[in-house]
Design a protein around this ligand. Sequence first.
Ligand code: GDP
Length: 303
Amino acid sequence: MSLFSKFKNNLQKTSNFLSKNILSSFQNRKVDSKTLDELETILISADISLDVVEKLINSVRKVKSTGDNISSIVLDTLSKEIENILILREKRLLVESGEKKILIFVGVNGSGKTTTIGKIVNQLNKDKKILIGACDTFRAAAIDQLKNWADKNNSDFYTGEANQDPASVAYQAAEKFNKENYDYLIIDTAGRLSNNTNLINQLVKLKNVVNKINTNIAVETVLVLDGTNGSNMIKQVDIFGKELNVTSIIITKLDGTAKGGALISIANKYEIPISYIGLGEKAEDLINFSARNFARSILDLSE
Ligand code: GDP
């Protein structure tokens, strides 16, 4: 299956909603205040934030043509404007450059952190020496799941005692990474409710500890968001992003939601790159983010 088909097939819940409503709204009509109002309602209902909706409406307002193909011109105009917003955030995760890296994964429980780490490890170059540090010492299930991914992918695994301070586990994992000359250290962290300030403090501490040990190695902080939360993801970017200097965002479960438009709101609001999106549960369903593929797929357009 081509990369584009993968986007298109798995973003159908969002595209069904958007394209069906936009097509029926503009059928045999022209761009005027009535159709623009309808379009505004459709875009807002797709979890696209007001500032983005305003940009999109302004671009469609300039469409002058009338006639049979008006709806396809509107869809095309929207996809170009969306692509313009998204292209600024299209950036692969640092691991693809091949240099030694430490990745710290953060995000609330259930967002898909553990699964996403597993998928990334599965996709990484098998010649590289990989260490997974399981620092969510409060959840035995997450530790087992990571150990499983590590075993399946010929990677090493490090964890601490149950309920051990996550920062001390991260410290030990980072020491092992240094001493044993690993290429990548991938750290999973606890993700209890993000409005729990202790969690954020704990993550800041964990990050500082890791940074201290490995001063000359690039550390990425990757925020994993559950795409089915739609615009509620924004609150999480606010909470995690402010104190943790998040360097990359991954949005999961976009295959299971009609709220995929919220990704555009995040791209518009924050200058944080989006590296991957999750389009299913299998290892190959974690896909490098592509602005064009995403923009065209959610409007059910061709490649
Ligand atoms: P964590 O608590 O953040 O570590 O979340 P998990 O990795 O345990 O994931 C929670 C659930 O989401 C699991 O059942 C995963 O299989 C599922 N999941 C993760 N990513 C995706 C995705 O892209 N698509 C779908 N459909 N499910 C996903």
